[in-house]
Design a protein around this ligand. Structure first.
Ligand SMILES: Cc1cc2nc3c(=O)[nH]c(=O)nc-3n(C[C@H](O)[C@H](O)[C@H](O)COP(=O)(O)OP(=O)(O)OC[C@H]3O[C@@H](n4cnc5c(N)ncnc54)[C@H](O)[C@@H]3O)c2cc1C
Length: 178
């Protein structure tokens, strides 16, 4: 990537897709502050084993990116990491013994309540969207209540995936708005 080309390319993209935003930008003031501002990379979605027994005999429970690395496109990595940390803390406070069976039960709860829905949702959005998702996005582009619903669902990732993974539910919501 040529760092010098990033600013003009962004301005051209905004002019095409977000003209009102583009009008607010002074091209003379707009650009990278340094070559390191332009980064290009890719994340390979990965779910690792959550539980390991260490040579010492202690049990390790992975959370955050050490356990699951999702693509950043749904912006959920830190969120799901902190949600899992909360579940793990509750489980630690609840009771031991802190053995492999306990750790596996905690990992299952973290997957069911937080990490699983986020991972499914993120991976679904890496693929071409299903028809009901396109319908919802198209409605959100013209109806404020649909846009509000999409944004609100981000604050409840598990609930979000429960809705988005159910075509009938999405179509019911869209039909109620049009
Ligand atoms: C481009 C991009 C955009 C993102 N956008 C969002 C977003 O909008 N919202 C969101 O919720 N998430 C987002 N994420 C994901 C989020 O950044 C990560 O999921 C989150 O930071 C993971 O937290 P973590 O504590 O598990 O790991 P990290 O944040 O990676 O923390 C691990 C820490 O451990 C340290 N460490 C490593 N090895 C050792 C060692 N041997 N000894 C001591 N310390 C060590 C590292 O230096 C690091 O500080 C994004 C990720 C990317 C790549």
């Amino acid at each position: 990537m040529d760092p010098a080309g990033v600013g003009p390319a962004l301005l051209a993209t905004m002019a095409e897709h977000a003209p009102r935003l583009r009008e607010q930008i002074d091209p003379a003031e707009f650009g990278l502050t340094g070559a390191e501002d332009a980064l290009r990379g890719a994340v390979t979605p990965t779910v690792r084993e959550a539980v390991a027994k260490l040579p010492s005999g202690r049990v390790a429970l992975a959370i955050g990116d050490a356990w699951i690395t999702d693509d950043p496109l749904t912006a959920q990595g830190a969120n799901v990491g902190s949600a899992c940390a909360w579940i793990a803390a509750e489980s630690i406070a609840a009771d031991g013994p802190y053995d492999v069976a306990w750790a596996r039960a905690v990992a299952q709860r973290m997957w069911d309540e937080a990490a699983g829905p986020v991972t499914e949702w993120t991976n679904a959005f890496l693929r071409p969207p299903a028809d009901h998702i396109i319908e919802l996005l198209a409605t959100a582009a013209t109806r404020a209540e649909a846009a509000d619903l999409m944004v609100e669902l981000f604050s409840d990732p598990a609930g979000n995936w429960a809705v988005l993974s159910d075509p009938d539910e999405v179509i019911r919501l869209v039909d109620a708005m049009v």
